[in-house]
Design a protein around this ligand. Structure first.
Ligand code: FES
Ligand SMILES: [Fe+2]
Length: 434
């Protein structure tokens, strides 16, 4: 349980709020670069600020104030030039630093035009990494954008899925340190959705939570789990401050404002050894809807099920009315850590995990309980036997409504048909025996 004041402190992210200022001090993924394959501008909102994300004709991404610095027209209706974004009202042109570089009539009327140099609109830096677009909205100097190990993988099929979630970011992110919900929300609920009354999934017997430089890990022991399981020795990662990392994919819960969150999820599937070398041409980005036509939430896929929990907690979960138990120790730990961090930043300290050394940022490894299958690559025979791999071949398990063309590209990369069966196996079966 938290006081209303503390709940407000954790959940409010608009300009000038403590948590908003704190979270702005991290590089944050805000979408996929491939969203701009067929469009120039996108109206976006992050941390309660209305902005325009654009890609100019030279390939540079920019993130600038939605309102034109001239007379406030909507720059998401502007158009891009070789350099910068031009307002469609009177043609003022801004570059990715926010500097106004052309004011057509003013430049004609007064070639020395002092107004132009003085005109600078709000702008945040944008970088591309792993097919994701990242921005940094905090104070300068800007820290390094860490290159995590998954972004350096080769022979992988990657995809990005984004969804708009109508609730506060913090309840979404608490889900990243909540091991027991897997047993109920994913395993047992799915059993009941299929009409079975059981048997239910194996129970959680033991939990542990540990802090490390870039977040926390939770570790678990479930009934029947082997003693040497990496789910106990390594665990899963609450990636500070907005992410969840499971070895094969990330999920970030990016604050749009106090009442909305953008779920940005990045998936990487290692192709079987027999499919190497595989080089993906760009990382596709798709929009995952979260509601059914009847207005109820989609509940058939893993992240969709999570979303049912998040939005169900209310627009901003009222933590004055909750009752935490032993399963929630990780939740309490991260809340306390956020409170400590807000104080530390007030003392002038860098936020947790900040990297300012460019060499260190070039490669950041993260705990990965399944590095063998997600990082190293395995032959087809292992894919058939490993439930995580075999299920991923059959269907995309995380979000509903994956576009058909992305499923087809995935199947081609993995060498499987639409049912997830290896095509090489089928060929062998068809060949007549000697
Ligand atoms: S309002 Fe944008 S150029 Fe005039
Ligand atoms: Fe979940």
């Amino acid at each position: 349980m938290l006081s209303k004041e503390k709940n407000d402190l954790l959940t409010r992210v608009g300009p000038g709020t403590e948590m908003g200022n704190y979270l702005r001090r991290y590089w944050t993924p805000i979408g996929g670069a491939s969203e701009f394959d067929n469009k120039e501008t996108k109206a976006v909102r992050f941390f309660g600020e209305d902005l325009v994300l654009y890609k100019d004709k030279s390939g540079t991404f920019g993130l600038v104030d939605r309102q034109c610095p001239h007379r406030r027209a909507d720059l998401s209706y502007g158009f891009v030039e070789e350099k910068g974004i031009r307002c469609n009202y009177h043609g003022w042109l801004m570059d990715e630093t926010g500097q106004c570089i052309e004011q057509p009539y003013e430049d004609t009327a007064n070639p020395k035009n002092p107004l132009r140099e003085k005109c600078k609109t709000k702008a945040y830096p944008v970088k591309e990494l792993g097919g994701l677009l990242w921005t940094y909205m905090g104070p300068h100097p800007v820290p390094e954008l860490p290159v995590h190990e998954p972004f350096t993988r080769t022979n992988v099929f990657r995809q990005i899925a984004i969804s708009e979630i109508p609730c506060n970011w913090f309840q979404c992110q608490e889900n990243s340190i909540d091991p027991v919900h897997f047993e109920w929300m994913h395993d047992n609920w799915s059993i009941r959705q299929k009409g079975a009354m059981g048997p239910y999934a194996t129970k959680h017997l033991k939990l542990a939570f540990d802090e490390f430089e870039h977040g926390f890990v939770y570790r678990r022991v479930r009934e029947g789990q082997p003693d040497n399981s990496t789910l106990w020795s390594i665990g899963r990662v609450f990636l500070w401050p907005l992410g969840f990392y499971l070895g094969g994919h990330y999920e970030w819960r990016v604050p749009v404002d106090d009442e909305n969150t953008l779920s940005v999820a990045w998936f990487s599937n290692r192709v079987p050894k027999e499919q190497e070398p595989y080089v993906q041409n760009g990382v596709p980005t798709w929009h995952a809807p979260i509601k059914k036509p009847d207005g109820r939430w989609i509940d058939t896929h893993v992240i969709n099920q999570d979303i049912v929990a998040w939005v169900g907690q209310g627009v901003i979960s009222d933590r004055t009315k909750e009752m935490l138990g032993a399963s929630d120790r990780g939740i309490a730990m991260i809340r306390n850590r956020f409170f400590e961090e807000l104080e530390a930043v007030k003392q002038g300290k860098d936020p947790k995990g900040t990297i300012r050394d460019p060499e260190k940022a070039k490669f950041v490894d993260l705990p990965n309980a399944n590095a063998d299958i997600y990082r190293d690559g395995q032959p087809r025979e292992v894919y058939k036997k490993n439930p995580l791999l075999a299920n991923a071949l059959k269907r995309f398990p995380f979000l509903a409504n994956q576009p058909q063309e992305i499923r087809a590209a995935f199947c081609a990369a993995m060498g499987v048909d639409e049912n997830g069966e290896f095509i090489a196996d089928k060929k062998q079966v068809r060949e007549p025996a000697e």
